[in-house]
Design a protein around this ligand. Structure first.
Ligand code: ZN
Length: 160
């Protein structure tokens, strides 16, 4: 069976940056996703199109097909008093914040000054060229419930 739209694909993967540093890998053996449902970044999904169990895929993905380019407008200066007084704000701290349109965004503290804090809401992998080594473990049909939900259920997928 081949990886096409509406199939469940189970893979092992290692993700490295351009220097060969491991950024991420499928930690407990396998990672499952629903093909064609935007569960994973577009560059990886297209690299896996048509693959079958046992196939190995090495692919280099530019930021545009990965987590996007870094957007300078996602870097903002906010007043120090926007944060709780009892928390010591330090560069590298990460937290969830609500954007003006009501979405939850993940932000990282970039810089701390006396009266202001610079936060960066870019994805940590924005602007990074991604080097994936992927082994296809299994390709199976998705259940009707998985198709309805748009994600994989079960031990390697989504838990309800
Ligand atoms: Zn579900």
């Amino acid at each position: 069976m081949q990886a096409t739209k509406d199939k469940v694909i189970i893979v092992d993967y290692t993700l490295k940056d351009g220097e060969g540093t491991v950024i991420d890998q499928s930690s407990d053996g396998n990672f499952a996703y629903l093909h064609g449902a935007n569960n994973i970044i577009p560059g990886l999904e297209s690299a896996l199109e048509g693959k079958a169990a046992g196939d190995a895929v090495s692919v280099v993905i530019a930021p545009a097909d990965g987590y996007g380019e870094r957007d300078p407008e996602q870097v903002q200066n906010v007043p120090r008093n926007a944060f709780p007084d009892d928390v010591e704000i330090q560069p590298g701290m990460q937290f969830q914040a609500q954007s003006p349109d009501g979405n939850m965004v993940h932000v990282v503290v970039a810089e701390v000054e006396a009266e202001s804090v610079t936060i960066d809401a870019n994805h940590p992998l924005a602007g990074v060229t991604l080097h994936f080594d992927v082994n296809v473990v299994e390709v199976r049909d998705a259940s009707s419930e998985e198709l309805e939900h748009g994600h994989v259920h079960g031990p390697d997928g989504h838990e309800h």
